[in-house]
Structure formats: C-alpha cells, structure tokens
Design a protein around this ligand. Structure first.
Ligand SMILES: C=CC1=C(C)c2cc3[nH]c(cc4nc(cc5[nH]c(cc1n2)c(C)c5CCC(=O)O)C(CCC(=O)O)=C4C)c(C)c3C=C
Ligand SMILES: [Fe+2]
Ligand SMILES: [Fe+2]
Length: 374
C-alpha cells in the first residue's frame, strides 16, 4: 500500500500529544563500514551539500566515501563507550527519558516522547511509527538545535515532511524553529559556565565554538551565523562579560570552500601569542556532547592551543541532561502545546463519548462485513 496506515485504530482511544525529539545521528559502530553508511546518508542530504547533484555524486562516491570513513571511524573510536556506545546517542536517550518525566508532571499520562535521529538509527520514521502506535494526534517536533540553520533544523523538517507524505492519517503538527534567545536557555548556559569557574578556576577568555557551515549559505540567507553571535552576546551579558572577554569561533570545517570565520583551529594556534594562555571553551550549538566536542575540541583543538604556548584549556560540557536544560525544554514544549483549538467547545463531553462509541460500533460492523472477520 502506498500510504502507511494505522488499521487497528480504536475509535474510543484517547488522542495523545506526541513530542518528537530529533538530533543529528551517529554511526551504528565506530568502524569504517558503518561510518561509510552513515556518511553516505548524511552527505547525500541536499540541505547539507548544496552542489549540483551529478557533480556531488561523483565527488562523494569517487573521493570522500573512499577516504573519510576510515579517518572518521578512528575519531569515533576515541569517543565510543563499550557500555553506552556513541555519546550523542546515549545522551540523546537520557534527554528524551528526562523530558518524558518532565512532561508527565505537566500533562500526566497524555503525552508520549520519542527520539528520532536525522541520519542513521533510531530514524525519524521509526520514532513517528512509535508515536502513531501511542495514538498521537497532535505532534510537536523539537529539533535539538538551539540556533536555526537550513542545514540542520530545516533538514529535520524535510525528513518529517517526507514521512508524512507517505502517511495516511497525519497528525496536527507544530515545529519548533529555534530557542537560542530564550532567557532560560541562556541562563542554563551561564550557570554551567559559573559552575565550571567555581570548580576549575576561571580563564582569561571564554571561547564559544559553534559548528560551522559554508559561508555561501550565510550569504544566501541562512540565519545561523547571526543566531550564533546572538547566543554569545546574550551569554556574555548574562555573565557580565566585556566584549573582549568572550569570543565566537566556528569549528568542524569540511572540504575546501570558505566556511564561517574565524576558524576554531586557527584561533587556538593564535590565542597564546595574543596573551590568552588560559581559556574556557564551550559549544553552545550542541545540545549534547558528541564527536565534535569530545574529539575535536577537547582533543584536537586542545593540542593546537597547548602546542602554541597555551597553559590552561578548560572545556565546559554541553547542557546534556542537566535538570535546568530539561526543565527549560519542558517549558518550551508546554508553551508550544498551548492553544490547539477544541473541536467544538460547546459540545457536551458525555454526548461526545456516546457518539464516539456508536461510531466505533458502526466501524466495527463495516470492518467485519468487509474482512469477513473481527
Ligand atoms: C549545529 C549543529 C551542526 C551543524 C550546523 C552542522 C553542519 C554540517 N556538518 C557537516 C559535516 C559533518 N558533521 C559531522 C558531525 C556532526 N555534526 C553535528 C552537528 C552539526 N552539523 C554533530 C552533532 C555531529 C556529531 C555526530 C556524532 O556522531 O557525534 C560529520 C561526521 C564526522 C566527521 O566525519 O567529521 C560530518 C562529515 C556539514 C558538511 C555541515 C554543513 C553544511
Ligand atoms: Fe556537522
Ligand atoms: Fe569534526
């Protein structure tokens, strides 16, 4: 059948609120084959690589997927845990479970939270199937990207829309766009910095490192660069920092074209020479620690800093499953869950229930007649 259905739908069951949490996704294993499959899916997304398809296919399959998987697999092995696997996935699971607890406090039993990854497993498709099984009729999609970008947030939208294009009965939907300028989010970031200062001392400079995107996308209208700067400006204000005490850099450049500047690696090599020998560094574009923070910032960029005369490099973790982060996300979802119009506010709930039961009985008779069974 062309459209995915829910043939066992029970008329008398309650329509629930569903929350779909989405993050980027991670390979199934830190091995070349699994990383190749992951990168093939990730790098085939036209939101990620904006090049003519035919040209990119040649580059991707002819060059990148022959070289990068082995190199990336080595990096993944450095962050992989024997017990919990990929940090991104295990932290996302913790966040999803904690948000379910948080939302139960607000909505009781009427809400279901499900985790889907944009690439690899558990997929967005499988998460929506789970929500359908729970009879979710209203869906809030929460991409775990504080700053909107076409490469991330919009790509989640594409994947959800693609699943819905193949779905018979789609739910009512809301899609959270960005949340980097919400005060409680900024406050949670600021508190994580203050806690690190108390526990580990305080550097001369707070570096905020964001995952980069090609500069071309900014020039075409992607607001990500501006939202990253806004996040750091608000964070600096919340912490009472002067502009020279906080910096914005961009990491994780891929390929040869210009990406957002200044680059994190180049900055790390230069900072000690500018007199900044003790720094604190954090990644406010990531909701969860992952390869890009553990291996790239705490490993690679720490080395660049120390090799060039840096003396103290303190990484401040992502918000992960901190309670203030989860409470903030709970509030965000609760606000987006307001104001769904009632079918008919005048209608008497008892009459509604009786009529629903009558409809259910009619549907059952039809079904029995058509299928020749119950
Ligand atoms: C704000 C979040 C992210 C943006 C923006 C983003 C853009 C972007 N990424 C690539 C290429 C790669 N990114 C990789 C890993 C990765 N990226 C993000 C987030 C954003 N990406 C995360 C959370 C992760 C880590 C995943 C994990 O498993 O821990 C990788 C894979 C690793 C590697 O081979 O280096 C690639 C490739 C592009 C091209 C891009 C924008 C165009
Ligand atoms: Fe990335
Ligand atoms: Fe990277």
């Amino acid at each position: 059948m062309k459209y995915i259905g829910t043939p066992n739908y029970a008329h008398e069951s309650e329509g629930r609120l569903g929350v779909l949490i989405v993050n980027l996704g991670t390979p199934a294993a830190p091995e070349t084959g699994a990383v190749r499959r992951y990168l093939a899916e990730f790098l085939s997304d036209p939101r990620i690589i904006e090049l003519p398809r035919w040209l990119w296919k040649i580059i991707l399959h002819g060059v990148i997927l022959r070289i990068r998987p082995a190199r990336s697999a080595k990096a993944y092995r450095e962050v992989w845990s024997d017990e919990t696997g990929s940090p991104l996935l295990s932290i996302s699971r913790q966040q999803s479970a904690a948000l379910a607890v948080e939302l139960e406090k607000r909505f009781g039993e009427h809400v279901t939270v499900s985790l889907g990854m944009r690439y690899a497993q558990p997929s967005i498709d499988s998460a929506i199937t789970e929500l359908e099984a729970a009879n979710v009729r209203r869906l809030i999609v929460l991409p775990m990207y504080p700053q909107y970008s076409g490469t991330t947030t919009a790509s989640v939208f594409d994947a959800v829309a693609s699943r819905m294009q193949r779905t018979r009965w789609i739910p009512e939907m809301r899609f959270i766009n960005q949340f980097c300028d919400h005060h409680a989010f900024i406050k949670a970031l600021a508190d994580s910095v203050r806690e690190s200062w108390e526990a580990n001392g305080r550097g001369d400079l707070l570096v905020t490192s964001y995952h980069g995107i090609p500069q071309r996308y900014l020039l075409a209208g992607d607001p990500y660069f501006c939202l990253c700067h806004k996040t750091s400006r608000l964070l600096g204000e919340e912490l009472g920092l002067a502009t020279e005490q906080i910096r914005v850099v961009f990491q994780s450049r891929v390929g040869k074209e210009e990406w957002l500047r200044p680059y994190c690696d180049e900055t790390m090599k230069k900072l000690p020479g500018e007199g900044f020998k003790s720094i604190d560094i954090m990644s406010p574009a990531f909701s969860a620690d992952c390869l890009e923070t553990i291996e790239e910032i705490c490993g690679e960029n720490r080395e660049y800093f120390e090799e060039n005369g840096g003396e103290r490099f303190q990484y401040i973790p992502c918000l992960n499953d901190r309670q203030d982060h989860i409470t903030f996300l709970g509030n965000l979802v609760e606000r987006h869950a307001q104001g769904w119009p009632e079918t008919d506010p005048e209608r008497d709930i008892e009459t509604e229930r009786e009529q629903l039961q009558a409809t259910a009985a009619r549907a059952k008779t039809q079904r029995t007649k058509l299928l020749g069974k119950d």
